[in-house]
Design a binder for this molecule. Structure first.
Ligand code: ZN
Length: 70
């Protein structure tokens, strides 16, 4: 009767770079689990950790629709 072993495998993330502002809203695609550092800052040899939070289950996959929530 135990369901305590339920795993939540989060595969997709919203992300935002605190340094340059690069985010999933800019690219139109979500980040993946291995995506830890900002790609834009990496090109400048800066390792900036992205702020990440899980994608909602019912979130729209339409590009540009990510910021419609107010
Ligand atoms: Zn950045």
């Amino acid at each position: 009767m135990s369901t305590t072993t339920k795993q939540t495998n989060i595969l997709l993330w919203h992300y935002s770079c605190p340094d340059c502002g690069f985010s999933d809203a800019d690219t139109g695609y979500h980040g993946q689990t291995h995506m830890i550092h900002c790609e834009v800052c990496l090109e400048d040899n800066r390792h900036v950790k992205l702020k990440r939070w899980p994608v909602d289950h019912d979130s729209s996959t339409l590009p540009g629709g990510a910021l419609s929530r107010s």
